[in-house]
Design a protein around this ligand. Sequence first.
Ligand code: SF4
Ligand code: SF4
Length: 390
Amino acid sequence: MSIVSLAICNDYARDRVLSAMREVLAPLGGMGSFVKPGQRVALKPNILMGASPESCITTHPAVMGATAELVREAGAHPFIVDSPGAGIPNSIPSVRQTYKKCGFADLGIPLNENLEYVFSPAPQARITKRIEILKALLDADVIINMPKVKTHVFMVLTCAVKNMFGAIPGLLKVGYHSKLSTPERFGGMLLDILEAVRPTLNIIDGVQGMEGDGPAGGQIKSLGILAAAPDAILADFVICHLIGFDAGMIPYMAIAQKEGLCPRDISEVQVHSTDPIEKLMLPFAPPSTLGAKSGLVQHQFLRRLVNPMLNYALTLRPEVDKEKCVGCGACVSACPESIIKLIQGGKNGQVAHIGRRGCIRCFCCHEMCPHKAILLCKSFLYGLINRHQI
Ligand code: SF4
Ligand code: SF4
């Protein structure tokens, strides 16, 4: 089924979300087309970190609640399963705390605490032939992927495809960033994970999203929609169209297009919406890192020539804002190259310090800082080269 369905939903009031959820699933045959009585249904949200629903970093609990209600109406048994972002340990206390902060603890939906993972062989994969995947996801009869629409400083967009990176448990994500440090290799790995986990249905929380330097440090933006589709790549393609992004500038979408898995024009997708799609479009500000990724250093030959010599000068670099840093250490455990340390200083006695060498520009530190204390700074040369592109 190559349909992507859209429904207007302007806020998170319970009844409104439930009615929009029914509306968005109707063209796909309703929830009963995807889940059967007695099945165990994994709802996989985006819980990057423990953050309040109002911060728009995680999938909203009202969307989780409405989905669970429809799963139960279909006679099946929903549960929520995810592992937080890079650097957060995959331990029961930290997962419990993350669920609680995201507003999932009071929904009356079972929360997965089985942290075991299995090595899933992926012989046909582009990049990763063996992937560590949360066992609870693989054991489920049905997986419903439930991302939020956000920009992403490394991957440009995080939505249905990128959300499956959460299938990799906790700190193991750090290793993937370290081994796959280029956008192309990381993007290829995301497609490998999607193919290994294969969600049956994707339900996207686009009521409120994030633009700019997401997935945690950007600005909240109301898109006012729920989206649903069986195909995660098609769903992301339509979301790109709605927020004014060319899918080809997103590393994993560009790979999917080359492989014929993703269309190049919106006319190739069957979009079902009660309102014309043009009325639902709302441009999002791209991440500030996009300039470097679409410019001179994106040219394969030039990049080989300048790396590693000028790489630092031609990409944004992370820097600690000592006024905002509270010394919590989240960036220290998120950094795949172990170049961030806590040193004496700052308002709380400890402050993060980023070493001068070894940064691979994965921006995990920026992504995982709960206080927006990692800045993305331009060098003079970067500003000069990218001034017409940002
Ligand atoms: S930069 Fe952010 S994540 Fe790192 S120690 Fe400071 S507040 Fe914590
Ligand atoms: S300091 Fe560099 S390598 Fe470490 S997390 Fe930040 S961007 Fe990644």
